[in-house]
Design a binder for this molecule. Sequence first.
Ligand SMILES: [Zn+2]
Length: 333
Amino acid sequence: MIIKEKTNSLKAVGLEALLRRLPKSHPRYADIESELRITRAGDNGERILADVFKKYQFPFEHYIFHDLNLQSTGKFQVDTLFLFQQGAVIMEVKNIAGQINFREDYNQLTRTLENGQVDSFECPSVQLERNKMLLEDWFHTHHLSIPIYQAAVFPRPQQQFVNHRKDLTLLFPLEIPVYLRRLHSFHNTTDLINLKDVTNKLRRAHCEYDPFPLISRYRIHPSELISGVCCAQCGFFGMQSLHGSWACHQCKNVDPLAHIDALLDYFMLIDYRLSNKTAREFFRVSDDQKMKRILRKMELPNEGEKRGRVYVANLEFVKKLYESSRSKVMKRR
Ligand SMILES: [Zn+2]
């Protein structure tokens, strides 16, 4: 039974927005491009892992959590947690292209691409060990004694390994059901009532991961970003607010909803709090009454009165804004 579905993280969407608004000459540009590649690969890998559990039915009582965020002696995120009477299994995805070589002297792996390029990554055992320790601490706090198993999942079945680490369980997606059924042959460590109780405790303890705002993570100042409302048709920044709509000088596109993406960018990149003054700077709108009307229409939660008013978003609001931005794109098609 899937207790927590795989959610779509907006981190990649935020990083894409950051790249659009960061001048290509910025010293962090290449780092953010690489972070976006890693984030997309991670998201794809996690989706492949989640799909395994959608397709496969286990003939015994079990509970599945995808993207579980907990806090014990530290914060931690588990890609997939499988809970059954034999214990808990932590699964972490490593979606890395190329030939994999586990180094014996370091907790590192290297991958070699077809063109000969070699890159180093942290060995998944590091994260698995850390997550295992933190989950143990979490169980301990809740007076639970549950064995924890761990496995690294490599989502590409065609992946080649030069060698293996003896202390690390490596699985391809299709091997997961076999592995879990093998563990199921071990003796029970808990009864079904207790299992259900642990599941409820985990569900309640989950706290959604919020990657925003992004620029503080990369030590980028808001003034380094390109401001303005972006034209979805030609990519020009600085659409003009005209008769309740937005007009692009460059391609003559008119878009009554262009401010949605700008607002989304602001919250994802800069801050969840927005005053009329900061909004005017970011949207490049000089008239404060006009800006007020635009923000009012968005039905943003706000604090304070008149000039002291601050609009306050949160991750939920950002998700809603993203959905309306997506449906806008659909309509345009
Ligand atoms: Zn345009």
